[in-house]
Design a protein around this ligand. Structure first.
Ligand code: CAA
Length: 378
């Protein structure tokens, strides 16, 4: 694994850092009020950020998965709300079509997604099917030139804002993961209904909704891959998705660390900066070590993915460790800031609220341990 970024990757990193400073940071307060950052997404589209790892042929920037990971990492330092929108759009909203779609589907959808004309979403979770994804109940019945979908989905990131939804539903009689198929569902499909918005602990500017399918009529051409291939499509794309969430957690943790170092050097108590107190200095050392460990795992997983090497185990490890680091480092950051850290005047309380979901979505930490141990024991 090459730990040095290429010139192209460093240029992207610089560009995203500048964008974060000039455009994202000034909009964080609006997002905290629950405003969806549509304008920021349009600006990101103009910069080519909505399809970083997508080949130029399909409207993307034609860069590699490490470049995409760098962008998620950097955006997360400014706003985890914005990075989850981009991560879901790219790695589970666009990639499944790129990896499993027909040429016609790539022409029709990937081009619009990668250029930011469309926003993507991914619909696996249901009210009674979360960690046990294979227990889903949503059903799709083949009617020849179309399928009729019935059922509901839950906790859908980008729901209500997206133009295309990768939807998983049962088409066969097989139990568990067998008989699940994947579909590309457009937002204006008759019988496709947007349900209630969740009021979340964090990621306030991102939308998370439930969805209902009431005899939703999906063209047969929008079946993704073959009938019965859906579970594998979901799992294969979650491998990449989990690298995005791990990079998000890394960004949150690093932002919390950087803010804590600055504050500890400034804040005076007992006649000297609190950074000169070993209790705080050692805390910073522990925080930095966790961030560094997360960085290595995240970029290792990204490197494996971009080189088309198996990355499921390392993606799960990266997500497990980086999300734990984000939770611990943001908790410590609040401690470094003391009373001020508990107020909304400083961003560390936002990092803490945003970090928690990294241990939950795209597979809980417990699910990552199942994935890792299955790899170890097979
Ligand atoms: N790639 C390709 N195929 C895979 C795979 C992978 N990474 N992982 C499993 N499969 C295949 C298996 O090989 C197996 O195929 P065969 O039957 O042909 O052997 C099939 O899928 C079933 O595999 P398992 O027996 O391992 O399946 P399981 O039912 O035991 O479930 C699980 C495994 C890992 C627990 C899975 O259910 C899981 O990942 N659960 C978590 C769900 C999740 O991550 N949800 C996230 C929702 S999206 C989201 O959160 C987005 C957002 O908003 C941010």
């Amino acid at each position: 694994m090459n730990l040095h970024f290429t010139e192209e990757q460093m240029m992207l990193q610089k560009m995203v850092r500048e964008f974060a400073k000039s455009e994202i940071e000034p909009f964080v307060e609006e997002m905290e009020k629950g405003i969806f950052p549509r304008e920021l997404l349009n600006k990101m589209a103009a910069l080519g950020l909505m399809g970083i790892p997508v080949p130029e042929k399909y409207g993307g920037a034609g860069m590699d998965f490490t470049a995409y990971t760098i962008a998620i990492h950097e955006i997360s330092k400014a706003s985890a709300t914005l990075s989850v929108i981009l991560s879901v759009h790219t790695s589970v909203g666009t990639y499944p079509i790129l990896a499993f779609g027909s040429e016609k589907q790539k022409e029709n959808y990937v081009k619009k997604l990668a250029t930011g004309q469309y926003l993507g979403a991914f619909c696996l979770t249901e009210p009674s099917s979360g960690s046990d994804a294979a227990s889903m109940k949503t059903r799709a019945v083949n009617k020849g030139d179309h399928y009729l979908l019935n059922g509901s989905k839950m906790f859908i990131t980008n729901g209500g804002e997206a133009d295309t939804y990768i939807v998983f539903a049962r088409t066969g009689e097989g139990k568990g993961s067998e008989g699940i198929s994947a579909f590309i569902v457009e937002s204006d499909t008759p019988g496709f209904v947007i349900g209630k918005d969740e009021h979340k602990m964090g990621l306030n500017g991102s939308r998370t909704v439930s969805l209902m399918f009431e005899d939703a009529k999906v063209p047969a051409d929008n079946l993704l891959g073959q009938e019965g291939e859906g579970f594998k499509i979901a799992m294969a794309n979650l491998d990449g998705g989990r690298i995005g969430i791990a990079a998000q957690a890394l960004g949150i943790a690093e932002a919390a660390l950087e803010k804590s170092i600055l504050y500890a050097k400034e804040r005076q108590q007992f006649g000297k900066p609190i950074s000169a107190q070993q209790g705080i200095a050692f805390k910073l050392a522990d925080m930095a070590t966790k961030v560094e460990a997360a960085k290595l795992l995240v970029y290792q997983a990204a490197w494996l993915k971009q080189n088309n090497l198996p990355c499921g185990k390392q993606a799960a490890m990266a997500k497990l460790l980086a999300s734990k680091a984000a939770m611990e480092v943001s908790t410590d950051a609040i401690q470094v800031f003391g009373g001020y850290g508990y107020t909304k005047d400083y961003s560390v309380e936002r990092y803490f609220r945003d970090a928690k979901v990294c241990e939950i979505y795209e597979g809980t930490s417990e699910i990552q341990k199942i994935v890792i141990s299955k790899h170890l024991l097979k």
